[in-house]
Ligand binder design. Structure first.
Ligand code: LIP
Length: 259
């Protein structure tokens, strides 16, 4: 690992171990796809299996956990927390689409200071630690340098079927696409969207009503790769629902102004 921090080392070990189960389970999905019952229950079980491994590897730290599947698990240290999404991109996983990841963020006194996003299918491990930069496997990553908003490659997600602001989310999509050449993607994994902004693959990402565990690790990746990231509600990030915008520094203002 290019960064030497006890939290990164722990997260790395936990993600590597959990990814083996995730890859094995992904191999089962194809068979279940054609079964009468479908893979729904299996995916839920897989989510839980992966989370269990992550927790058992990380609990040596005695930190608190906030996870997608279990919620809050109080540890000895209340101001140090692991924020976990065992499978981000569950719907992709369910449909046999190879675009999902494990996301683990480490939060200290309410601030994310390090994180790992691991895509086990592409074998891409994105990680960052405050003040130490952001990496993809062995290479340093940086946000893109594009300043022409018209040509930007953007990514977004949602709205969820249960959203009460579906219409305005769709209007927003329209507004952004009118201001660009409409290179807007929807990948189905918010964590990978942020990792890809950090790696300069996307120039910007936005999404309304996102969960904290979907974006926790991505926050530090974007910051450490020279990008800007904020909650449009002008609150912190550790809220139940976040309206997130992340991009390279050059198109950030323009993207915010449209939203
Ligand atoms: C999902 C995301 C997806 C986003 C959804 C959802 P899950 O997380 O990352 O990109 O659009 O709002 O939260 O459920 O796969 O962990």
């Amino acid at each position: 690992m290019k960064i030497n921090s006890p939290q990164i080392n722990l997260m790395y070990k936990a993600c590597t171990k959990a990814s083996k189960i995730l890859i094995r389970d992904y191999g089962e999905i194809e068979k279940l796809q054609v079964s009468e019952k479908g893979p729904g229950d299996f995916v839920t079980a897989s989510d839980k299996r992966v989370e269990k491994i992550l927790i058992s590897e990380l609990e040596k730290s005695e930190y608190t956990f906030l996870t997608e599947e279990t919620g809050l698990i109080e540890g000895k240290h209340k101001n140090k927390r692991w924020i976990i999404d065992p499978i981000d991109g569950t719907f992709n996983f369910l449909n046999g689409l190879p675009h999902f990841c494990i996301s683990v963020g480490y939060e200290e006194n309410g601030e994310i200071v390090s994180g790992i996003i691991f895509d086990p299918i592409k074998n891409e491990m994105f990680f960052a630690h405050k003040g130490s930069g952001a990496y993809l496997n062995n290479s340093r990553i940086r946000v893109s340098n594009k300043s022409n908003f018209q040509r930007a490659c953007l990514v977004t997600g949602g709205p969820k079927s249960v959203s009460k602001i579906k219409e305005s989310i769709l209007d927003e999509y329209k507004k952004v696409s009118m201001k660009t050449q409409a290179h807007i993607r929807k990948s189905g994994s918010a964590a990978l969207d942020l990792a890809y902004v950090a790696a300069g693959r996307y120039d910007g990402y936005w999404q309304r009503e996102i969960n904290y565990w979907d974006i926790a690790a991505g926050i530090i990746l974007v910051k450490e790769s020279g990008g800007f990231i904020e909650n449009l509600k002008e609150e912190g990030f550790n809220k139940e629902k976040v309206d997130i915008v992340a991009s390279n520094s050059k198109i950030h203002k323009e993207l915010i102004n449209i939203l």
